[in-house]
Design a protein around this ligand. Sequence first.
Ligand code: KG4
Ligand code: ZN
Length: 388
Amino acid sequence: MTILGIETSCDETGIAVVRGDKKKLTILSNIVASQIEVHKKWGGVMPLLAKREHQKNLVPVLLKSLKQAGLYKKILGRKQSVGFKKKLADILTRESLLLPRVSRFLASCEIPAIDGIAVTARPGLEPALWAGINFAKTLAFAWKKPLVGIDHLEGHLLMANSFPPSPALSLVVSGGHTVLIVSRRQGAYTIIGETRDDAAGEMLDKCSRLLGLGYPGGPQIEREAALASKEDIRKFGIRLPRPMLHSHDYDFSFSGLKTAVLYDYRSRKVAVRKGKAYVRAMCCELQQALCDVLVTKTLAAAQEHGVKSLLLGGGVSANKELRRQIAEKAKTQLPGISLYIPSPEFCTDNGVMAAFAGYISLVRPRKSTIWRTSRRIIASSHTSIPRL
Ligand code: KG4
Ligand code: ZN
């Protein structure tokens, strides 16, 4: 089964083609267009700008992805009936920039040999999500292919290993989420803990802005932390809290950490806090505070739930220190557990996530699958495509 996956939940336009064969998923293509340059000057992602950029990027990214997968065949101007044009215009009423681009593309592209289309349906930035959803709808309509809406969190956790030994525990830690998810069988998920306020990546992005580093904050903080010298760390003696480390549950909280950074920053003389040495020492302590909380709580959850595999996913899991520390501690504290961490390019958002989750949904359709212990459904992996 060959699936086209589309991801536009935040600031990356990702489209991939994946071939699934029972227990094996093969990536045939993977194209990501990043909008970092557009959002940089705002210090964070602007939802309406993200929507505009997705509308510009979707067709070129699809074209490259189909070409890379060897599935693109150009044809000479397919005729489009009035009814067809009207339907496209109906679907893309709110994506007017996308309409002429899609229409031109559909007229000149042979229907590709795919079996289904998967698109990130939630959670994410609403205007950005809609660009991808409505684009996927036009393709599904024009090519007469099944369309499935997938959950972004499921996409992230599948990147480490799509068929991990069960039960599995996943830590999805990104700009929008910090969640611990237990999966007792493939496609069935229970959220056992999540952030009560900021997501880890969001906190890093905000601290980065405060410290005068750029966006996205995670990679900048990682880079500065690696440059901190022992002397600087000792000289400034920064000590940040480890929020909820001993809370006896698996929830997280990061807004206090952000405030602690702000208070320490403000307590320093301007000449000091603007200096490289202070910024580096702060980044080092901040990264360590984050690692301490994430690693300790994740390993405790893995032990309590008796899991066989531990998976990491989401942009923050690209962090080298987090990867190193969790691997080191898991090896000594939980030697029987297999740890899976995606390569850094698959930690951040991409179309493969959508295609993998789409494959699993299309092979075995499910209803609501990601639950919180309170039984409030926060997401479902066979998410129906929201109506206009
Ligand atoms: O998964 P992702 O691409 O988008 C969301 O679903 O949110 O994650 C983006 C987040 C940003 O907050 C970014 O600062 C963070 O991941 N990030 C990192 C690293 N690379 C990206 N955080 C820490 N270390 C990194 N190397
Ligand atoms: Zn993400």
